[in-house]
Design a binder for this molecule. Structure first.
Ligand SMILES: Cc1cc2nc3c(=O)[nH]c(=O)nc-3n(C[C@H](O)[C@H](O)[C@H](O)COP(=O)(O)OP(=O)(O)OC[C@H]3O[C@@H](n4cnc5c(N)ncnc54)[C@H](O)[C@@H]3O)c2cc1C
Length: 231
């Protein structure tokens, strides 16, 4: 896995009737009918999508909180997972550096700017080897893994299971697909969105950078994809 910089992302869990569930939540707010009758109705997809877009774009976000999604994620740096865990409505189970001892050279992620510079890449790899040797020396000297890990770098690869509701995934996509987000978390979140959109293509218009939902860029420095507000 060393030097292979792409995250590994798999969708491992989602509700069976995602669209119908969100539609039922939306429609229930404006209908005298029982939710179960709405759920069992034969309303077509176009009608469902139209209502969902109207409700969600008005900020009525509880309607998309009923959907829980889980991903299995590997081959991402600790730098990246540290950014992801800042999202407080996600649940995480991450490979422990206390309980899982590194045996031999630990896996690590090389950022593309270093990966494509042969001189710098060589230095990076040599440094990872030095860190690994030091880590192993600590472990062999009886230092517990939970303390030996203090020398492991941000580049060390990690794995996690991440779960969230649809509202949070859309929020994270809006923030982290922005070109101002760092490349690795942007790649990771893009892969999460693509995995979900493969099976739930109706979500594509929501799993976009925030500027596409807002219609303008609210960042200090714009990438030019959308005009800044007032421009
Ligand atoms: C491009 C970029 C650069 C960043 N740079 C830095 C940096 O330099 N340093 C740094 O420390 N962080 C940085 N961050 C992290 C950022 O500050 C947020 O911690 C992170 O993006 C989580 O966002 P959030 O709070 O919107 O989302 P979540 O934690 O996922 O929460 C979702 C939403 O829930 C609501 N919410 C959650 N918790 C609270 C609360 N306690 N009170 C009120 N409302 C709440 C808010 O509406 C929030 O938007 C950066 C993030 C991005 C995208």
């Amino acid at each position: 896995m060393e030097g292979n910089n792409k995250p590994v992302v798999n969708l491992i869990s989602r509700p069976e009737h995602m669209l119908k569930t969100v539609y039922t939540a939306c429609r229930t707010c404006y209908s005298a009918d029982y939710p179960i009758n709405i759920y069992n109705s034969t309303d077509d997809e176009e009608k469902m999508l139209k209502l969902i877009e109207r409700v969600v774009s008005s900020g009525h976000y509880s309607t998309i909180e009923h959907i829980q999604i889980s991903f299995a994620i590997s081959n991402v740096s600790r730098a990246c997972t540290h950014q992801l865990v800042r999202h407080r409505h996600m649940s995480f189970s991450q490979k422990s550096q206390r309980y899982v001892k590194e045996k031999g050279q630990f896996d690590y992620i090389i950022p593309p700017t270093i990966d494509k510079n042969p001189d710098m890449k060589k230095k990076f790899e040599k440094f990872m080897e030095q860190i690994s040797n030091q880590y192993q020396e600590f472990v062999e000297a009886g230092i517990p893994a939970e303390d030996a890990r203090f020398v492991l770098p941000n580049a060390a690869a990690s794995s996690m299971v991440v779960s969230m509701n649809l509202r949070e995934l859309i929020h994270v996509a809006n923030l982290r697909l922005c070109s101002r987000a760092q490349y690795e978390i942007r790649t990771l979140v893009k892969m999460m969105c693509e995995e979900l959109a493969k099976v739930e293509p109706w979500l594509k218009p929501y799993l976009v950078p925030k500027c596409e939902r807002l219609g303008f860029c609210d960042e200090d420095k714009s990438c030019g994809r959308m005009p800044k507000l007032g421009e």
